[in-house]
Design a protein around this ligand. Structure first.
Ligand code: UDP
Ligand code: MG
Length: 323
């Protein structure tokens, strides 16, 4: 018997794309079922990440028309990563294998065939990797690729140009759940889960409707989160900076003494420059330490990462529909 597949699709204000996305995903699911690649009990699970538009109504409508559409509604917006997690927690009750992908279908759904083939050959995790970024704007390409490079330099094990389009087997998903951190950065954690993995390449398309839910501000905070959640290298960098500064200060002192002795500069000129420079460095360093202290503070509280308000599944976990 074929395995049960769940597509997990996070949605934040995606009313513009959902009608088309649901149509295309259902076509894909029907094809996979007809080929006997996945079981009839396979589903498409939309996670409403606290949308403010009609997203949940659309999901509910889809579920009422066709039980192959399932839905999970979070109590409020918790971000893409937590939405994925909320979806996986529901999916794992039914699925042997899950594929996560964005609601805007920028990730080519046909790559799912290759992912499933790799899964059937024994891979527990299959990473969807973008082969090119021709369709991205120069800015998006530059910032995104820079992000992967900085992450690598900081010692975070991420798969280059892999976003969150990925297949995970049931045991890989369960492995992921063992990581209890609040600031979840899936791209960094999934490789840490281990198990055999594989890669499938695809071309990323443009968003066909609606606009990106990842403005620059969110992107920057995502990158900063990724680095500070996985690496203590910035702390080491502060120490090196301090050392370099001490050496520089020592050399500067000698030069100043010589210049003052020759009456070339007034004493306070240099003083102001040095003071400003040092204050800047100190404040930056304190700031970086603060980021880590802040993380500890958040993690210590161990707050829930998401709260589910409503679930639409078939069959439902309790045997009756929650609607
Ligand atoms: N998303 C989410 N919660 C958020 C922001 C985004 O669930 O707070 C979802 C969004 O609906 C989409 C996916 O995450 O399915 C990726 O977002 P988007 O396409 O806007 O990002 P981009 O492709 O521009 O990086
Ligand atoms: Mg997108």
């Amino acid at each position: 018997m074929a395995d049960v597949l769940y597509f997990v699709v996070p949605c934040y204000n995606e009313e513009d794309v959902l009608p088309e996305t649901s149509k295309r995903l259902l076509e894909k699911l029907e094809w996979l079922t007809s080929q006997g690649i996945v079981d009839e009990k396979s589903r498409i699970l939309f996670v409403d990440d606290g949308s403010k538009d009609k997203t949940w109504e659309i999901i509910r409508g889809l579920h009422q028309k066709d039980v192959r559409f399932s839905g999970v509604k979070e109590s409020r917006n918790r971000g893409h990563q937590n939405a994925l997690l909320a979806g996986l927690y529901t999916a794992v009750n039914y699925a042997d294998v899950t594929i996560t992908l964005d609601a805007d279908l920028q990730d080519d759904i046909n790559a799912a065939d290759g992912m499933l083939a790799a899964y059937n050959k024994g891979a527990d995790v299959v990473y969807g990797v973008r082969s090119a970024r021709e369709k991205d704007t120069f800015f998006k390409k530059f910032t995104a690729e820079g992000f992967y490079k900085v992450m690598k330099k900081m010692g975070v094990d991420v798969v280059f140009n892999h976003a969150d389009y990925r297949l995970m087997s049931k045991r890989a998903v369960k492995g992921l759940f063992e990581f209890g951190e609040t600031n979840l950065f899936l791209r960094g954690i999934v490789p840490m889960v281990g198990y055999p993995s594989d890669t499938v390449y695809y071309e990323r398309a443009e968003r066909f409707a609606g606009e990106s839910k990842y403005p620059l501000k969110k992107m920057l905070s995502f990158a900063l989160d990724g680095i500070t959640s996985f690496s203590a290298k910035p702390l080491g960098m502060i120490a090196s900076l301090g050392l370099a500064l001490t050496a520089l200060g020592f050399a500067g002192l000698i030069v100043t003494i010589v210049l003052l002795a020759l009456s070339i500069i007034p004493a306070w000129g240099l003083l102001i420059a040095v003071m400003t420079f040092l204050t800047g460095i100190i404040v930056t360093s304190i700031g970086v330490v603060g980021i880590y202290v802040g993380k500890n503070y958040i993690e210590t509280k161990a707050r829930p990462r998401f709260i589910i308000e409503e679930t639409l599944t078939d069959p439902s976990p309790t045997g009756d529909k929650t609607e």
